[in-house]
Write a protein that binds this ligand. Structure first.
Ligand code: ADP
Ligand code: MG
Length: 250
């Protein structure tokens, strides 16, 4: 059995206004896998993502990372292990220059300046942003800001990289580039990938296994290909069978 890096047991979450966003989620993120969290808008994907490294705490149920329930003592360590890239890059970029944004995490980890410089250079290189170090993040294009947000997380060398709607609003070329970069990070670093999305083509190109969420509950789990070819299930939840899967099916 592959080890579970993250395990959720019966996680419930209610927003202060009473919206029950997660209604008892149990799932495992396995070491080294590429996992999709699928579901239409409002299904609870982003809320779930925030539980994976303790940004949100469940109202009921438990979240374990490396078999340890998240608590005040281990939450800092866990945030280094599990890095989350938010849907909106502007939530992740807040420094005057790109270099400072990417250096922020490693500096907070207490690494030496030399090590920080190496990490920033590497993360920018992997994301194809070398040369933009001194640019103001808010002057970069959306595609560049998305990659910059990923670089800020990669610079901390997380074991698990979680991305919330990574390709939302990207043009086809940036989108293709990003898929390639992410697959490469998985291949080269062995980083576990978790992708929350309603973009089935993206899930097909980037992941091997999936949980499908609807209205705060998991309605199915399985290999990506099985999920994709179940067109009845997908239309029931309002997701589209990706064009790629049609091609494979023929
Ligand atoms: P998804 O990412 O799948 O689109 P979300 O996790 O954002 O879904 O939302 C799940 C549910 O929680 C939705 O009904 C949404 O309206 C609600 N929700 C999300 N964020 C908040 C919030 N800050 N306050 C109240 N309700 C919220
Ligand atoms: Mg969302």
């Amino acid at each position: 059995m592959t080890e579970a890096l993250i395990e959720l047991e019966n996680v419930k979450y209610v927003y202060p206004d009473g919206v029950e966003a997660l209604k008892g989620i149990s799932l495992k993120v396995l070491k080294g896998e590429r996992l999709a969290i699928l579901g239409p808008n409002g299904a609870g994907k982003s809320t779930l993502v925030m539980h994976l490294n303790g940004l949100y705490s469940p109202k009921e149920g438990t979240v374990k990372v490396w078999n340890m329930p998240i608590n005040d003592k281990n939450v800092h360590e866990i945030r280094r292990t599990v890095g989350i890239v938010f849907q909106n890059p502007d939530d992740q970029l807040f420094c005057p220059t790109l270099w400072e944004d990417v250096a922020f995490g490693p500096l907070n980890m207490g690494l030496s300046m030399k090590e920080v410089e190496v990490r920033v250079e590497e993360a920018l290189g992997v994301m194809g942003l070398t040369g933009l170090e001194e640019r103001a993040p808010h002057h970069l294009s959306l595609g560049e800001r998305k990659r910059a947000a990923i670089a800020t997380v990669l610079a901390m060398k997380p074991r698990v990289l979680v991305l919330d709607e990574p390709t939302a609003n990207l043009d086809p070329r940036s989108r293709r580039g990003l898929i390639e970069l992410l697959n490469n990070v998985h291949k080269v670093e062995g980083t576990t990938l978790v992708i929350a999305t309603h973009d089935m083509d993206l899930a097909f190109q980037l992941t091997d296994r999936a949980y499908v969420l609807k209205a705060g509950s998991i309605i199915t789990e399985g290999l990506m290909l099985e999920v994709l070819l179940n067109s009845k299930l997908l239309s029931d939840v309002g997701l589209e069978t990706p064009t790629m899967a049609y091609i494979t099916k023929r």
